[in-house]
Design a protein around this ligand. Sequence first.
Ligand code: FDA
Length: 313
Amino acid sequence: MIETLSRAAFATLAGSALLKTVASRYGMRTPGSFARRFVAGETMEEAIAAAAELERQGLIVTLDHLGERVATQEAALAAARDYGAIIEAAAGAGISRNLSVKLTQLGLDIDRATCTDNLRRVLDVAAQADFFVRIDMEGSAYTQSTFDVFESLWGIGCRNIGVVIQAYLRRSPGDVARMNELGTRVRLVKGAYREPREVAFQEKEDVDRAFVELMRMLLTAGHSPAIATHDPAMIEATRGFATERGLARTAYEFQLLYGIRRDLQRALAADGHPVRVYVPFGTEWFPYFMRRLGERPANVGFVMKSLFKEQQD
Ligand code: FDA
């Protein structure tokens, strides 16, 4: 039954206040709690410890302070300032200088100018500490405005910044071509949101075909592209194309999410590929966590088992 739950069903569940209350109570309570499989912790210290452990295993990281769709100027500014503290702590700990941010966390729902100012604040601090900042891509209602904010900062010379392109969007070949032309670093993903048929492919085989096409564009004319997937077929297609083109393994990187296919993360790194793990942390982990369940409904079984165990402990 669980296997037949759709991404749409998870999007609906993600809106449930009751579920959020229950999940928040049990999800991160102890080191064995279910959300900890996908979220490194609620505090910066926990995230840095998790990142340092990954780096000891030969992986590199990007830190994501979870939070999205903030509704007030104060919250958006606070999110930008929090990144200042994270940059300082991560630099002090000697882990990779790489962040992932969401524009709705920095005020995109309020207005574009607020968001642009806040992102500029983050980029200024990041540039001083030699950090790279990746703008995650959210639902399709934000795609164009995300590229607009990005281009306005790129246009005034910010270069420590990159974007994410989702293979499921029908518009993405044009976006990849544009980013290649600008010289921007792109992370390619399949896409994690529920989208209408008019804007996004719905079938896995169509998304996979698009992913391979975009991967080829990036490996041919892109700039330090990141191929972000846990799908062995996509990874093999990438390795095969890179070999065909005579590319060094360091010409691109693989990226995977914290807690997902840890075996594959280590195997790729052992084989000489740069492998960056996306390390999310913070108290606002519920929407992120629900997207991970939606990608693989079998994860619900894992959650139920740990919940049952928690209640016995
Ligand atoms: P697919 O979904 O086809 O999964 C392939 C295999 O991977 C599965 O069979 C399973 O083995 C494993 N797997 C995948 N998801 C799993 C899960 N949740 N739990 C356990 N196993 C799982 N999306 C977006 O819209 N905007 C963004 O900015 C980002 N950023 C981002 C960064 C990084 C580093 C990664 C890896 C992914 C993202 N994503 C994202 C998410 C992305 O769009 C996509 O939803 C997931 O990566 C799942 O797709 P796969 O490519 O892994 O393939």
